[in-house]
Design a protein around this ligand. Structure first.
Ligand SMILES: NC(=O)C1=CN([C@@H]2O[C@H](COP(=O)(O)OP(=O)(O)OC[C@H]3O[C@@H](n4cnc5c(N)ncnc54)[C@H](O)[C@@H]3O)[C@@H](O)[C@H]2O)C=CC1
Ligand SMILES: O=C(O)CCC(=O)C(=O)O
Length: 527
């Protein structure tokens, strides 16, 4: 009988479900890392919220662990790449607490506007400071939403209901979706300059870390207010403190902090700051939803092998799995490649299956392409949610199949159209198992994608390859393999380089490469 450990506070419904499905379940909350490490080896499944940190050390000790289920959205407390390496499936529950979290953001906005927590404390203290607490009205104010995904779009609709003017910045928000939601799609600088209230709803990624840094905060309207119910790290807390002290920012409401649990924080004690201890998802409804969902998902997986809402594994049946697996790896690479070089809103995606692959069940393949494509931008995208996320964002997904294929046994072509341009990338399998990129934007190439790659578009000029090699060599970056392609048979046209390097490309090295003569575009990619 499989054994599951529930190591964070989950609704008791989760335990009932595990037991009803015939799974042995232990509930041990508040374990210290060493305590969890000592017992995790006995379990097949682990059900968590945000308190348990599933680190490399825990995963190394988890010799029987097959699945981690996060009752919630963010999986930043789980080392997902390492779990994948260890073959542990990581699942989450992408929608169960979205409404609740959006409501918390709105509650925080009201708390800020009317200083409710401060007035409450003062009244309890018997002070009756009626003239001290002069609020501001929300009606007619501009609410700026950074990150208009599941939660951000619910906040937007609630803001509109409060008769606010809602503006949103999200590179993946299409103009059509913005119209449907009734929000104005704007650029970040515009949002920062116009909003009376800024509410954050992005995941914490390399691109969003410090999205409200000292510079952004300085450019906000004087007297603006900030709400963060997404992730600590999106705001530079020291810069926020300075802006609150100077009076440039009138108030901030924070549910999340750079360091959690936040027992000591520079913003604590400021009378312009409202804090809650990461309560965004804490309603009985949301906790029931996510506990129920995670218990069902873990049970299904342990008992039948069915995979739902996994972040690191495709959902496929047992029979299909062996045939689809190598194509899934290829699809993930094609999608991830395109996603990492895409910088503006996606309009459409066309996936062409040619040759033998056209006979397979291509739905999981398309879902894998979309997951790879969207994962650089969305927090919790998986095989199940990727097609929905694409649909919700108005991205047209077109799949075509042709049984013939000119040069290969099977070929998959991904064509991505953004607001600015159309790009394509094609791949095949060598020896039925090894993914290879064979064409980028119509330029033939033959490349294996490693963990860290440098991708370049350049003018095909003599001496360029030499100066590129010297530049990255001088930056201490070792080249593992080098793949070249050019548009024309004659020299002088556009060319591409895909360079596999031993480790992440440092920012300085990328800047040096970008500054080389003849470089049109340089990107560091990771797979
Ligand atoms: N406080 C709490 O208890 C809770 C916090 N959360 C957090 O809320 C956040 C949002 O969750 P969801 O809406 O479910 O995620 P989502 O994935 O549906 O939406 C995130 C949105 O952020 C956008 N985005 C990504 N990079 C961006 C960038 N650089 N600039 C602007 N927008 C960008 C994406 O396009 C996407 O639309 C996550 O970090 C999640 O962990 C979620 C639930 C509870
Ligand atoms: O489980 C919780 O209380 C936190 C929820 C959260 O942050 C998430 O779902 O991303």
């Amino acid at each position: 009988m499989p054994k599951v450990l529930v190591s964070d506070k989950l609704s008791p419904r989760a335990v009932e479900i595990f037991q009803a499905r015939g799974i042995e379940v232990d509930v041990k909350t508040g374990l210290k890392p060493d305590e969890l490490k000592a017992i995790i080896g006995a379990y097949d499944g682990l059900a968590i919220r945000s308190a348990t940190k599933v680190t490399q050390e825990i995963l190394d000790a988890a010799t029987n662990l097959k699945v981690v289920g996060r009752a919630g959205i963010g999986v930043d407390n789980v080392d997902v790449p390492y779990a994948s390496q260890k073959g542990v499936v990581v699942m989450n529950t992408p929608f169960g607490n979205a409404i609740t979290t959006a409501e918390h953001a709105i509650a925080m906005m009201f708390a800020l506007a009317r200083e409710i927590p401060q007035a409450n404390a003062s009244t309890h203290a018997g002070k009756w400071e009626k003239s001290k607490f002069m609020g501001v009205e929300l009606t007619g104010k501009t609410l700026g939403i950074i990150g208009c995904g599941n939660i951000g779009s619910i906040v937007a609709t609630r803001g509109l209901g409060l008769r606010m003017k809602v503006i949103a910045f999200d590179p993946f928000l299409t103009p059509e979706r913005a119209v449907d939601l009734g929000v104005e799609k704007v650029e970040l600088n515009d949002l920062i300059a116009r909003a009376d209230f800024v509410s954050l709803h992005t995941p914490l990624t390399d691109k969003t870390r410090g999205i409200l840094n000292a510079d952004a905060i300085a450019r906000m309207k004087k007297g603006a207010r900030i709400i963060n119910c997404a992730r600590g790290g999106l705001i530079d807390e020291a810069a926020l403190k300075a802006a609150l002290e100077s009076g440039h920012i009138a108030g901030a409401a924070l549910d999340v902090f750079e360091q959690e649990p936040a027992k000591d924080n520079p913003l604590f004690g400021m009378d312009t700051v409202v804090c809650t201890p990461h309560l965004g998802a804490s309603t009985s409804e949301a906790q029931e939803n996510v506990a129920l969902q995670v218990a069902e998902q873990i049970s299904d997986f342990l008992l039948t092998g069915a995979v739902t809402n996994a972040l690191n594994m495709p959902s496929v049946t047992a029979e299909e799995a062996p045939r689809l697996r190598p194509f899934m790896k290829l699809c993930d690479q094609l999608g991830s490649f395109a996603g990492q070089i895409t910088e503006t809103g996606l309009k459409s995606v066309r996936i062409e299956y040619q040759g033998a692959v056209a006979d397979l069940n291509t739905r999981p393949l398309t879902a894998t392409v979309l997951r790879g494509l969207l994962s650089p931008l969305l927090e919790s995208v998986n095989m199940v949610s990727a097609p929905l996320a694409a649909r919700d964002r108005g991205i047209e997904v077109l799949e075509t199949k042709t049984e013939t294929c000119r040069d290969y046994h099977s070929l998959i072509k991904l064509e991505v159209t953004t607001e600015r341009q159309t790009r394509s990338v094609e791949g095949t399998l060598f020896g039925d198992a090894l993914p290879r990129i064979v064409d980028i934007n119509g330029i033939g190439v033959e490349a294996e994608l490693g963990a860290n790659m440098l991708y370049l578009i350049n003018e095909d000029k003599p001496g360029f390859i030499g100066s590129l090699g010297t530049t990255i060599g001088n930056a201490g970056v070792n080249i593992a393999s080098f793949h070249l392609g050019r548009a024309d048979t004659e020299a002088g046209g556009q060319a591409i380089c895909l360079v596999q390097v031993d480790g992440p490309v440092p920012d300085e090295a990328l800047a040096a490469v970008s500054a080389l003569p003849h470089v049109v575009q340089a990107k560091a990619l990771s797979f």
